[in-house]
Design a binder for this molecule. Structure first.
Ligand code: HAM
Length: 440
């Protein structure tokens, strides 16, 4: 028997409801903030992700799935959404129609990581990218959107960690200071950090191995090396966060795992012990040179991405139920082949009228059919046997009141609709009446 590849998993039908609820919430919040969906390929040219020889991020150096296609093109399965979205932004000249493009995406990403709970080799992200504005307010808007998603899920015990990596001048100065400083401690540094010292010293600050050591804690902080412009910009971001009453913690060591960031970087952690190291639900930052690096016009951008699996795990852990089974409207129990064929036709008509319906296709016993109706949370159960059929009648039971009636064979649709309207359970009313919807 073949089994799933390491680090992947199946999303089974009973789980899919949760994903759909979360996706609905995401789409609703994106609409509020005027983000539009973009769908880009799951694989891109190798160069989209491997832009810079000096990129020392684990994701680019160790984790991408790279392969040659049958025509020897170098291909990479996307490890994240940002670079592909920017490639699409440039290739389709989205900047021509929109000075600020606000885009969102949902879909699978691939990283060759050590799998554990909340960390997979195929995982899913929801991400947003706001391309075209340098305003500090848009940095804060992305964080506000992230908070709206989290509060829609009931995840309110969170920590927003934020830092500024400044502009390129500030970063270059700071890198020199870091190289000088860490060069004195090479003997105590892990192998990866020794390489980072040569390639991108900033990323030493992201090291999980050396983090607790004295020399690491005492390392120079970037805030002391930001030039005036970068410092002012960061202060404006913090002021706007205060303006929206968003609590945050400035974290001097937050540099993020990807090499394209400048100015604002942030992560949102959930305060849920069981999540362990996988408690970072969302992360992002500004990337003011990425569009240019990928061959586009000099255009700033900022974005973030959530790990969908982590959001769902966190939602489960706080006890919020996303996958409440939607009611089936009508379950049809048939007794005998004639009733089955006529029932099949009636069911089809009910479905054309917008009702969710099901019947038995296994020729099961009366008992097993009642059980199936129950398992599907059916609001009504119809029972059709030969005797009813001969009299053009059908039995229908309202499962919310247990009242059973015999009605005309072709009156089921009218009967169910009247009852649903009376109880305000009409599927159509629910779909159009967003006002009454909750996130449950
Ligand atoms: P990232 O920090 O690499 O950023 O990933 C964002 C989020 O994806 C993480 O906070 C985590 O929730 C989730 N995630 C990452 N790797 C895994 C994994 N192996 N398994 C499960 N979940 C995972 C980015 O990807 C940037 N593109 C974010 C961004 C958008 N920055 C600017 N725009």
């Amino acid at each position: 028997m073949n089994t799933k590849p390491k680090g992947t998993y199946d999303i089974l039908p009973e789980e899919v409801g949760k994903w759909q609820k979360l996706e609905d919430l995401i789409r609703k919040v994106c609409k509020l903030y005027n983000y539009q969906e973009i769908r880009t390929p799951i694989f891109e040219s190798f160069d989209v992700f491997h832009r810079d020889q000096n990129d020392s991020s684990d994701m680019v150096t160790k984790e991408t799935y790279d392969f040659l296609d049958r025509s020897d093109r170098k291909i990479t399965l996307r490890p994240e959404g940002t670079a592909g979205v920017i490639r699409a932004y440039i290739e389709n000249k989205l900047y021509v129609s929109n000075p600020v493009s606000k885009l969102y995406y949902l879909g699978p990403m691939f990283r060759y990581e050590r799998p554990q709970k909340g960390r997979y080799r195929q995982f899913h992200q929801f991400g947003i990218e706001a391309i075209g504005s340098k305003s500090p307010l848009i940095d804060v808007e992305t964080i506000a959107l992230a908070k709206s998603i989290l509060s829609g899920l009931g995840i309110t015990d969170i920590k927003v960690k934020i830092n500024s990596l400044g502009d390129s001048e500030s970063r270059e100065n700071y890198k020199k200071v870091l190289v000088n400083y860490f060069s004195n401690y090479q003997d105590c540094m892990c192998e990866d950090c020794k390489t980072r010292l040569q390639k991108n010293p900033l990323r030493i600050l992201d090291c999980k191995i050396d983090r607790g050591q004295d020399f690491f804690i005492k390392a120079p902080k970037i805030k002391d090396y930001l030039n005036e412009e970068s410092k002012n910009r960061f202060n404006e971001v913090l002021k706007a966060l205060d303006g929206l009453n968003i609590n945050y913690e400035v974290d001097d060591n937050l540099v993020r795992g990807l090499d394209y960031y400048s100015h604002t970087v942030f992560e949102i952690e959930a305060n849920i012990t069981e999540l362990g190291n996988q408690n970072v639900l969302c992360a992002g930052g500004r990337y003011d040179s990425l569009v240019k690096d990928l061959g586009g016009p000099d255009t700033p951008g900022i974005g973030l991405a959530f790990g969908i699996e982590r959001l769902l795990i966190a939602t489960d852990l706080i006890g919020k139920k996303l996958n409440k089974l939607e009611n089936n409207h009508v379950y049809l129990i048939t007794l005998g082949p004639k009733a089955q064929l006529e029932g099949f036709k009636i069911l089809n008509t009910l479905r054309l009228g917008g009702l969710r319906c099901e019947m038995d296709y296994l020729n099961g016993s009366l008992k097993s059919q009642f059980k199936k109706a129950d398992n599907l949370n059916s609001l009504f159960t119809c029972i059709l046997g030969d005797e009813e059929l001969e009299n053009f009648k059908i039995n229908i039971k309202d499962n919310t009141t247990d009242v059973q009636e015999t009605i005309g064979l072709y009156d089921v649709y009218k009967y169910v609709l009247n009852k649903l309207m009376a109880n305000n359970k009409c599927a159509k009313c629910k779909e159009s009446g967003d006002k009454n919807e909750t996130n449950d």
